[in-house]
Design a protein around this ligand. Structure first.
Ligand code: NCC
Length: 276
């Protein structure tokens, strides 16, 4: 595959990705029951145009980074799944504007997600690994995890918190772009929450600093900064095409290699500032 220039690649992301959340006008969700559950406000209205944003990976290399204050200095911060701030503020900061969670977490650990107050901060977005390019109807019948009841349960308990369902199209639109820009065949599994969160923030923000998605000198086989669990696959990928995601993010980096090495920091342009 011919590697596109960073500018062309940014245009592909801007023009081919569907950044919308599920709305009550979408196919199987257009029932009066679903209408009561889905947030009434569009996510763009909810978040507004964001300026400087940070994406915090859950990698073990966040530990001892002392990046907390730098991360919190951003206008908005995105975190993943069960990644905590409490007890880790010095390294990962305190601010949570968006938390992107996968459907497995909310389905398998429903009780925990519904009751743990860390999930109550900011805007929640859940995504589910849909079948390749399935439309909303096909996906609704065959989600990877049937998280819909857990979502409703959460909405009943926290009706005031904005909580969106990511459309099932974006993951495969993004996967196609990853494949087109990679020299090898990529496993046909959707991108990681990390990569999905990065492009979401590129859509909402003027500029995005991503921390420890590309590992710094602190690189470690410890999977998460908040757990003593060793697995190389967490950083290099097993199910998700993580290595290819990281190559693409490296290609788009506007910052320096030095910032990657010392801070694990990559700086990406917001898609609204891209001239196509
Ligand atoms: O581990 P996870 O990912 O929640 O991490 C969020 C994102 O951070 C980046 N990451 C993480 C660890 C690491 N050493 N290096 C990294 O770069 C990745 O971009 C990752 O996406 C997921 O993507 O949703 C994932 O979720 C977990 C798990 O489901 C949740 O943590 C909930 O418990 C998956 N782990 C398992 O299923 C065992 C993981 O494969 C993907």
């Amino acid at each position: 595959a011919a590697k596109l220039s960073p500018e062309k690649l940014l245009c592909q992301l801007r023009e081919r990705l569907n950044f919308q959340m599920i709305q009550s006008s979408d196919g199987p969700f257009n029932t009066s029951e679903w209408k009561a559950y889905l947030p009434r406000r569009n996510i763009s209205m909810e978040l507004g145009q964001l300026g400087q944003c940070a994406v915090v990976s859950s990698a073990g290399s966040m530990k001892s980074s002392h990046l907390g204050p730098e991360i919190d200095s951003h206008d908005a911060v995105l975190r993943f799944n069960g990644a905590p701030t409490k007890g880790f503020q010095a390294d990962v900061g305190d601010k949570t504007t968006i938390r992107l969670i996968n459907s497995q977490l909310i389905t398998v650990e429903e009780q925990k997600v519904v009751t743990d107050p860390q999930y109550n901060t900011g805007t929640l977005i859940v995504w589910d690994p849909a079948p390749y390019h399935a439309n909303i109807h096909e996906w609704y019948r065959k989600p990877d995890y049937n998280f819909f009841n857990s979502y409703k349960h959460y909405r009943n308990r926290h009706p005031e918190q904005p909580f969106y369902i990511l459309n099932p199209y974006m993951q495969w639109q993004l996967w196609d772009i990853l494949q087109e820009n990679s020299p090898e065949d990529i496993q046909p599994n959707p991108p990681s929450s990390g990569m999905l969160g990065i492009v979401l923030m590129m859509h909402f923000c003027d500029k995005v600093d991503v921390y420890e998605f590309l590992p710094s000198k602190r690189q470690t086989d410890i999977c998460h900064y908040f757990q003593k669990f060793f697995d190389q696959a967490c950083t290099m990928g097993a199910y998700h095409p993580l290595l290819f995601e990281k190559n693409m993010v490296k290609h788009l980096n506007q910052g320096t290699d030095e910032a990657i090495y010392t801070l694990g920091k990559v700086t990406l342009k917001g898609l609204r500032n891209v001239q196509c």
